[in-house]
Design a protein around this ligand. Structure first.
Ligand code: GDG
Length: 469
């Protein structure tokens, strides 16, 4: 079987530790590398004065990782700039927050070239190459320019924006044209794939033939391949002694009240302000429920170098303070807002202790928290998932109580529905969602994508010339 070369912005190979410190994605990619052999390549997260292309190799549990340091200017323009100030907001439909700067675009291109220069010599002729996420859209083309003829795939973990929004990006067409260097491109949902399709067909004149999109001489297969979690691992985590301890601590501290939980990176795409406002509306409309519930929001800070993330942090602190100030009593605080991360094993216990999982992003490629919440529940007495219609996960988790996260009224109504839901209905909905989570887990995702990639026709030399020109 051919080796797998995974290339992503950051590398987080799973050490197989029982503490569950790593996420499902890292577990799956690590398992794939262990199964097939290969290398996981990416940025170390460290800065260096001058980029040298020096690769730091590490081997852990049979998996080889290869990382490079980047210059401060690279980090500023590529990571904090184009990836997180331009593409991330744009891909989450927030053109009001997207910053279009030529310097960012230049830095992004430079880092993609640096990645290509550095990783290319590590790739053998029959390796399968799999590039991950929006940080590395043009990497495939850079690899082709250097002579790579291997099967080459790309997976997008975020949404793909509607064509009219994408058209606001000055270099949108050039950037998207580079993606025709890939053989297979994967999206979480039909909706994101359709938006990609619309852009390349309506704006760029590509032709469609089934899953194949054809632009000039280049054919790329655009597939829907929703990511899952490691359901078995997560269920096991939830019933481990440490998770049970966390569960008991949470139950004790709830003193008989129902807990609603939210767990999100502190990111504007996750709809935290709207969530707090929806919850506030519930408190206002249902004074009799006030002391019966509380909201625990875990929100570890993320991308703190970027201004929009500093703003959302300040806004949320203000909002939580205002709501608590207005409603709290001597023996009750409506929102416990926690700005730090916890081990996955503790999260599993927290999820299980929550009567309601409140997952209400304004836009999300998939959203794994929704799936983790379901996987952590007690099958005999599960909680209720309230899920945004705008998360990719909504396409699979159709038995969640789905809401429009922009509507405080809908959110308030959904909380009431969830609190009143009879046990039989909770069990029925949970079973249906859990069946999906078990069937389409993260290993299924990884295999589904790599099977399609393996079946792609081998790239021909003349393609390289054409894409590179
Ligand atoms: C991107 C896409 C897509 C959160 N807080 C803690 C913690 N987490 C973990 C969760 C979950 C992961 O982080 C977050 O995953 P999401 O899917 O919710 O969101 P993104 O980080 O935005 O991920 C997303 C995903 O890629 C995969 O394709 O689903 O749409 O945006 O696993 O549990 N983990 C720990 N402590 C925390 O406090 N240990």
């Amino acid at each position: 079987m051919s080796r797998l070369i995974i290339i992503s912005n950051r590398v987080s190979a799973s050490t197989g530790s029982q503490s569950g410190a790593q996420g499902g994605l890292s577990v799956a990619l690590t398992a794939a590398l262990r199964e097939n052999g290969g290398i996981w390549f990416g940025w170390s997260g460290e800065a260096t004065e001058h980029f040298t292309g020096h690769i730091n190799f590490q081997k852990q549990d049979g998996v080889t990782t290869a990382t490079v340091d980047l210059e401060e200017q690279d980090i500023e323009e590529y990571y904090n700039g184009y990836a997180n100030r331009t593409l991330w907001p744009l891909f989450h439909y927030r053109i009001d927050l997207a910053e279009y700067e030529r310097g960012f675009a230049g830095g992004y291109q430079r880092v993609n070239e640096r990645f290509a220069d550095t990783v290319y010599p590590l790739i053998d002729s029959d390796d399968l190459v799999w590039v991950q996420d929006y940080h590395l859209l043009p990497l495939g083309q850079e690899l082709r320019k250097r002579g790579l003829n291997n099967r080459l795939g790309f997976f997008l973990h975020t949404p793909w924006p509607p064509r009219r929004l994408l058209s606001t990006l000055p270099e949108a067409e050039e950037l998207v044209a580079t993606m025709f260097a890939y053989d297979v491109i994967g999206f979480h949902t039909e909706e994101w794939r359709d938006s990609f399709y619309n852009f390349v067909v309506d704006e760029m004149g590509a032709r469609a033939d089934g899953d194949d999109l054809i632009l000039g001489d280049h054919v790329v297969k655009a597939i829907v391949c929703p990511i899952g979690i490691d359901a078995k691992e997560f269920t096991a985590l939830a019933s481990s002694p440490r998770a049970r301890l966390t569960y008991r601590q949470m139950r004790d501290s709830a003193v008989g009240r129902d807990m609603i939980v939210g767990v999100d990176r502190l990111d504007y795409s996750k709809g935290l302000e709207e969530r707090f406002l929806g919850y506030e509306r519930f408190l206002r409309e249902h004074p009799e429920e006030r002391k019966e519930i509380f909201l625990l929001q875990i929100a570890p800070p993320s991308r703190g170098e970027v201004g929009s993330y500093q703003k959302i942090r300040t806004a949320l602190e203000g909002l939580a303070g205002r709501i608590n100030g207005a409603y709290a009593d001597l023996d009750w605080v409506p929102i416990r807002y926690v700005n730090q991360g916890y081990a996955r094993i503790e999260l599993a216990g927290v999820y299980r202790a929550a009567k309601i999982g409140l997952v209400t992003p304004l836009r999300d490629g998939m959203n794994l928290v929704a799936k983790e919440y379901i996987a952590a529940q007690d099958p005999e007495d599960p909680g209720v998932l309230i899920l945004s219609r705008f998360a990719g996960a909504a396409a699979q988790l159709t038995e969640a109580v789905q809401v429009n996260p922009y509507s405080a009224e809908e959110m308030s109504d959904a909380i009431m529905v969830a609190l009143r839901m009879p046990r039989e209905e909770r069990v029925r909905r949970w079973r249906s969602m859990m069946d999906n989570i078990e069937a389409e887990d993260v290993m299924w995702w990884m295999r589904s994508f790599t099977d399609v990639l393996r079946a792609a026709p081998v790239a021909a030399n003349d393609r390289v010339e054409a894409v590179a020109s």
